[in-house]
Design a protein around this ligand. Structure first.
Ligand SMILES: Cc1cc2nc3c(=O)[nH]c(=O)nc-3n(C[C@H](O)[C@H](O)[C@H](O)COP(=O)(O)OP(=O)(O)OC[C@H]3O[C@@H](n4cnc5c(N)ncnc54)[C@H](O)[C@@H]3O)c2cc1C
Length: 434
């Protein structure tokens, strides 16, 4: 007779352990290692890049606003700089599928390799195929994390821990209170399984876009299309004859319930087949097309948002609030895909108006050495709908990793890091903090 053998094998101590190798986690790990920390980056999948890789999310959403240039004109200001621009530049220059004309579209195969190389150069120890399965806390401190691997359960101690899982899974395991989805009913923005179709006459497909949407809406109204999304959302790719579809919509499912997510994956796959058949049957541009791939995992726009020392609100965003402890900035529209049906609502920021994100949004209320970076920081459903985009998540990761460095240098807990010093260090490293 044998019971569950879950006693972890202890694997030593790091200055910083980052759980989640999405773009936020990668930026956090890089900032930590470049600041001299011994860093472990733990990732459940087999590659870095997070949603861009596991869920085929593309392109980078815009991060630019217009500001006065001092000569009576206006100039573009990037609100996400630092490591976001570093990643984007690497995708332009070093990628397997480089971006000859820099654009927001990138190829995830390049991103994977670029991030591997950056981690190796900075000395970050990367552990793939390792899923967080436990957290040890003492008082207001996380002491160790446990991960399930093919070789058994391993544990790692750390001075500072960063939760970059996107779902605030580590924080939840550690007892940090959170809000799931919107306040009224905990429904989250829909999940979407992205997919790619190849062998398309791409120019003809763009020309037919209006016609495609008109027929889609007609068939949806007649009950012949089940997908509740209001239109066909499609983007270019770097590959000839290939288009990227971000257009499935699974509503009223819970991204933090494994059974609910499993059901969502199957529903979304049926929507992919429905969309592919619709395009191939009705439009000449798709007559020779084939379904190239669906993403390895369904994409989650929103799940848990931690109860942080500050919870960012829509009102603060719209007012263009610049916080004293702002560590990242944004003006992406408040883009809410309906959690319970058709439609997507938008609030667009006027030119020149942007908000900043306080350092306190990364700090759980009840723990002092845990930072949360990426889409699960302290924000309401509405505010999260703007801050969740990849450029901003990278900046949040960079800020969290830099805070870990300052905590180490000054011998204080991350929660006690002086935000003005953090802002100065981020600026010195090329970030924009408002
Ligand atoms: C369908 C969809 C379309 C989107 N479209 C765009 C877009 O066009 N442009 C844009 O800029 N943004 C877009 N977004 C938003 C953006 O992709 C995400 O909000 C952003 O990538 C989140 O980054 P992150 O680093 O916080 O999390 P993620 O990128 O999700 O990374 C989290 C990482 O943690 C790992 N992980 C999770 N749990 C564990 C665990 N228990 N143990 C170990 N590892 C774990 C995951 O495998 C993953 O690699 C979209 C999102 C979705 C879902």
């Amino acid at each position: 007779m044998q019971d569950f053998a879950i006693r972890p094998t202890s694997c030593g101590k790091y200055d910083l352990v980052v759980v989640g190798g999405g773009q936020a986690g990668c930026a956090a790990a890089l900032a930590g290692a470049r600041g001299g920390l011994k860093v472990l980056l733990i990732e459940a999948a087999g590659a870095l890049g997070g949603s861009a890789v596991n869920c085929l999310v593309n392109p980078f959403m815009p991060d630019v606003t217009k500001v006065p240039d001092g000569n009576g004109g206006v100039k573009n200001l990037h609100l996400s700089q630092g490591m976001y621009l570093e990643f984007a530049k690497a995708l332009d220059e070093e990628g397997i599928y480089s971006r000859p004309n820099p654009s927001a579209t990138f190829h995830e195969e390049s991103l994977k390799v670029i991030l591997d190389r950056k981690m190796a150069e900075a000395g970050v120890k990367v552990l793939f195929h390792a899923t967080l399965c436990g957290v040890k806390t003492e008082g207001r401190f996380v002491k160790a994390v446990a991960v399930a691997t093919v070789g058994g359960v391993l544990s790692f101690e750390a001075d500072t821990v960063i939760d970059a899982t996107g779902d605030a899974t580590l924080a939840a395991f550690a007892g940090v209170p959170f809000q799931l989805g919107r306040a009224s009913d905990s429904l989250c923005q829909p999940m979407t399984l992205c997919f790619r179709i190849c062998n398309i006459d791409v120019d003809a497909a763009w020309r037919a876009h209006g016609e495609i949407n008109a027929l889609y809406k007609k068939l949806q109204a007649e009950g012949k299309i089940k997908n509740p999304r209001e239109n066909v959302l499609v983007f270019p790719t770097k590959l000839p004859g290939v288009m990227h579809f971000n257009t499935t919509r699974v509503i009223k499912h819970n991204p933090t319930d494994a059974f609910s997510v499993s059901e969502a994956e199957a529903i979304a796959r049926e929507q992919v087949v429905e969309m592919f058949n619709f395009l191939k049957t009705n439009f000449a541009a798709f007559k020779d097309a084939a379904l190239a791939s669906t993403a390895p995992s369904i994409g989650v726009r929103e799940s848990r948002m931690i109860e942080a020392r500050h919870v960012l609100t829509q009102e603060e965003l719209i007012a263009g609030t610049h916080f004293d402890d702002g560590i990242a900035a944004g003006n992406y529209d408040i883009d809410i895909h309906s959690p319970d049906g058709s439609g997507t609502s938008h609030y667009y920021f006027p030119a020149g108006v942007y908000y900043t994100i306080p350092y306190r949004c990364l700090l759980p209320k009840n723990l002092d050495n845990l930072l949360v970076a990426g889409r699960s920081i302290g924000a309401t459903h509405e505010a999260q709908a703007s801050v969740r985009i990849m450029p901003i998540c990278i900046c949040l990761g960079e800020a969290a990793g830099t805070a870990a460095v300052l905590a180490h240098e000054t011998g204080v807990a991350p929660a006690d890091v002086d935000a003005s010093v953090l802002r100065e260090r981020l600026r010195a490293n090329g970030a924009f903090v408002g």
